[in-house]
Design a protein around this ligand. Structure first.
Ligand code: IPD
Ligand code: CA
Ligand code: CA
Length: 265
């Protein structure tokens, strides 16, 4: 497989998609709700997904596509080459803030990550990795992640997990939040993952994410020695929704063993 060629196309399309999103700031958005009143989607999310799908189908007709907005294929396994796309991760931020959102695009082959691209359109930052070749931000190679203690760490998580909720005993995360240097919540899983890659935060925790939220970020962080699992410490399958713990090496194990012990949630 000519991954360099696929990568070249993917990067080009992501930049074009970014231009389209920027242009949309001048237009009126058509906003709809999905599973609940806060689960938003716009005409731009749909248009961008369709833009990628048309390009992929034309250039790589044998590849399959798993896209959040459902214009791709019914994907029930990761055999062959599968593109996993979130056209806009952080749609609520896109609508309300016109920033803190990203395009997330990943290419997997037989379940293994090959290419990950996350584009922070508003800040002009492109995060990119080809497996085995390092991870980059705007073409500058990112250094491998080093260890850090919880006390020295900033942890990205959503305040929802500290209130009574149906996924986790909300008391569980209180000691972690208390011990950490600080917490942050950006509302975009893709960017929260690459913020771990750049060291802007040291760990990111979520109770439930979909494959398109995490597929590209996992490749980028994996290249830097960061660790990606669900909250039970099990690898993700990139086919089903799951919880997520991504962190620097060492810190991941500490959070898992000392704060999220099995059986407590
Ligand atoms: C959402 C964002 C958000 C996360 C949600 C995702 P979307 O993606 O990543 O940060 O907490 O679970 O669904 O819907 O904006 O693509
Ligand atoms: Ca998403
Ligand atoms: Ca999305």
């Amino acid at each position: 497989m000519d991954w360099e060629n696929i990568d070249l196309h993917a990067k080009q399309w992501v930049m074009e998609a970014g231009d389209k999103i920027r242009d949309s700031f001048q237009k009126t958005l058509n906003i709809q709700t999905k599973s609940n009143p806060n689960d938003l989607v716009t005409n731009i999310d749909k248009e961008i997904e369709q833009f990628f799908i048309n390009k992929i189908r034309k250039n790589f007709p044998n590849h399959r596509i798993l896209g959040e907005e459902g214009f791709g294929d019914e994907v029930s396994n990761l055999d062959g080459v599968v593109w996993i796309i979130d056209p806009i991760d952080g749609t609520m931020n896109f609508i309300h803030q016109q920033r803190n959102f990203a395009i997330s695009l990943a290419v997997y082959e037989n379940g293994k990550g090959k290419i990950g691209i996350i584009y922070d359109v508003a800040h002009g930052e492109v995060y990119h990795a080809i497996t085995g070749k390092g991870a980059f931000m705007n073409d500058i190679q990112l250094p491998a992640l080093s260890m850090r203690t919880v006390k020295e760490s900033i942890i990205a998580l959503n305040a929802t997990w500290l209130m009574e909720n149906r996924r986790i005993d909300h008391n569980l995360l209180i000691p972690l939040v208390r011990e950490a240097r600080g917490t942050r919540s950006y509302g975009t899983a893709a960017l929260e993952m690459v913020f771990v890659a750049t060291g802007r935060v040291d760990a990111y925790i979520s109770m439930r994410l979909s494959p398109w939220d995490v597929a590209a970020g996992a490749i980028i962080i994996g290249e830097l020695g960061g660790v990606i699992t669900n909250l039970r410490g099990v690898r993700l399958d990139f086919l089903s929704s799951d919880s997520l713990l991504v962190a620097r090496p060492g810190l991941h194990q500490t959070i898992l063993n000392e704060y999220l012990k099995e059986g407590k949630w």
